[in-house]
Design a binder for this molecule. Structure first.
Ligand code: MSP
Length: 553
């Protein structure tokens, strides 16, 4: 198993078993087959599976809007995959062990478990408030998870990947990580910038160096494994090539964690405990993984912040290699959300929380801001005035205004009854083509995880619709008896543009998409221009209230 070829055999054995299980599930009868052919014919991917996992948030404190960004981002991807016909499994949860959490609990006189129960529930409430559609919310204090972590540790020890030794080094208490001198930045923790202390303890170590070459080869030969490209270079050049040190995977200085089975003075290092959440909660066990496991693993996508890529792009793949399991297909190290171009921190007093923002602006306004304003590869910025500018310019002016104007005109000129008289003019061709191009554009960007650009594609169509109103001037057509068919055609085109936009907006802004469709009172779910629908419009309602920017806050 130590050499590459041995592990390769195990991985292909995993693949064989997986194929067998997937096949069984896929051939339970003629009905399923017919169903699949039906969707295949519609060009959808109903039979395909997609699994997506966020990092699990620490239960040390209430999560701020930066942590919340990650679950919203993953939710948009998960919803879009479902929209494309994939059968999605979407997992998130909380990371609950460690010294810092035990300390926080003792500071307020409650047990670590009580502390974690409270914060984990608070995190779940925020994820729910943000309308995120996760399938499973996991906790590392879950008994089953703890038992499997113990068995994983034991297995790795018995096969010689983990050994007992002594550790003396530079330690960052908040990050619960040891560092070498050369890893420090200005003598401080490279992850959080705080002071490190010298610490010595008996400890178990994981033989990282044994897998160094194999990991480097894997990354080089799987160009889709790490995104963005810049993170891949960072991982290879800054961490792997300089040489991987064996990793300390146990602690004796505190006891809020999973006990090491063969030596209960030690608890398992939080990152070994936390990372394995991805498999312990989908049916993995050392003796025999369940059928569910083969359906979900390997993960299609891990969505994690740029600060924890070292753990996900080095330690996690190596742990999986040691367990003879396939690696996730892709790990996306997303950028961060900064508050006024600065890192959010309680001590600086510049932290924003999702629940406060939602109370003030509504869920979809905040989802829009997070999904649209943080580029794929660069940190994004947030302030209250930036949120308000976006609400006014994009959500109220471009989107809200278009829907309101169109439905109001539909009611005013045709009492809400609109069909397509097909009085086409030259100007229409480009507009109708734009409606039909939306699918291709959005998919192109979503496939590259460029969520902000995918949303821009939809808003481009909304902007083009506003321009179409300005150019066709329905209020002038309305004055001319002979132009009634042309007027109805123009309104019909606009309604179709709004309908298709609403359908594409739904994975990103689910409530808004729904409200738009409700105002249109149209059930047809075709994703391109339809020429023969009958519209019986509802009354217009304001989607996003404009914010008066001149008012003092
Ligand atoms: N518990 C670990 C993850 C373990 S995964 C096996 C952890 N927790 S965390 O609560 O600190 O962070 C959760 C996620 O939020 C991480 O992916 C982190 O990068 C992300 N973010 C934390 N601050 C952030 C911003 N300001 N902006 C965007 N994402 C941010 O790390």
């Amino acid at each position: 198993m130590e050499d590459g070829s041995g592990a390769k055999t195990m991985t292909s054995r995993y693949e064989e078993k997986r194929m067998k299980i997937m096949k069984k599930g896929g051939t339970t009868g003629l009905l399923v087959l017919l169903f699949m052919i039906f969707f295949w014919k519609r060009g959808e991917n109903m039979e395909k599976k997609y699994s997506i996992f966020t990092a699990i948030a620490y239960t040390s404190a209430k999560p701020h809007i930066g942590n919340t960004y990650e679950i919203v981002l993953a939710d948009a991807i998960a919803r879009f995959k479902r929209f494309q016909g994939f059968q999605v499994y979407f997992q998130t949860g909380t990371d609950e062990h460690g010294e810092k959490i035990a300390l926080n609990a003792s500071n307020i006189g409650i047990t670590p478990q009580e502390y974690c129960d409270n914060i984990s529930q608070e995190i779940k409430n925020i994820w729910d408030l943000m309308n995120t559609s996760y399938d499973k919310f996991v906790r590392t204090t879950d008994k089953r998870h703890e038992e499997i972590v113990g068995r994983i540790f034991q297995k790795l020890y018995e096969q010689g990947d983990i050994y007992l030794s002594k550790y003396e080094g530079l330690y960052c208490i908040p990050c619960e990580s040891f560092f070498t001198e050369s890893q420090l930045v200005d003598g401080k923790c490279p992850d959080c910038g705080r002071e490190v202390v010298i610490k010595s303890e008996d400890a178990y170590f994981f033989k990282m160096s044994k897998y160094q070459k194999k990991l480097e080869d894997y990354i080089e030969s799987h160009p889709d494994f790490i995104e963005p490209e810049s993170r891949k270079n960072e991982i290879i050049n800054n961490f792997i090539r300089p040489g991987l040190f064996d990793l300390c995977v146990s602690r004796t200085s505190f006891d809020w964690g999973v006990k090491v089975p063969m030596n209960e003075k030690h608890v398992v290092y939080v990152w070994l405990d936390a990372l394995t959440n991805y498999i312990t909660n989908v049916g993995y066990d050392v003796a025999a993984p369940s059928n569910e496991f083969y359906q979900i693993w390997p993960a299609d996508l891990h969505v994690v912040g740029k600060d924890i890529i070292r753990f996900h792009m080095i330690y996690w793949p190596i742990f999986l290699m040691a367990l003879d399991l396939p690696l996730p297909k892709k790990i996306y190290g997303h950028p961060w959300l900064l508050m006024n171009n600065d890192k959010m921190s309680k001590s600086k007093g510049n932290v924003l929380y999702a629940d406060d923002l939602v109370k003030q602006y509504g869920v979809d306004a905040i989802r829009y801001y997070l999904l649209h304003e943080i580029p794929y590869n660069h940190d994004g910025n947030i302030t209250l005035s930036l949120i308000e500018e976006r609400i006014n310019s994009d959500l109220a002016n471009v989107l809200g205004n278009l829907v309101n104007r169109t439905i109001t005109m539909g009611q005013k000129y045709f009492q809400g009854h609109i069909q397509n008289p097909n009085q086409i003019e030259e100007i229409d061709h480009l507009f109708l083509a734009k409606i039909n191009d939306l699918d291709q554009q959005v998919i192109l960007h979503m496939d590259k995880l460029e969520i902000g650009n995918a949303i821009d594609d939809i808003f481009d169509l909304l902007r083009a619709s506003n321009k179409y109103i300005d150019e066709t001037m329905p209020w002038i057509l309305a004055k001319n008896e002979e132009k009634q068919d042309r007027l109805e055609t123009v309104l019909y085109h606009l309604l179709e543009s709004i309908r298709v936009s609403a359908i594409y907006l739904s994975p990103f802004l689910p409530e808004t998409g729904q409200k738009m469709l409700c105002q249109l009172n149209q059930k047809n779910d075709s994703r391109s221009f339809e020429s023969t629908l009958k519209y019986e419009l509802n009354q217009p309602e304001i989607l996003f209230q404009r914010i008066d920017l001149s008012k003092d806050r």
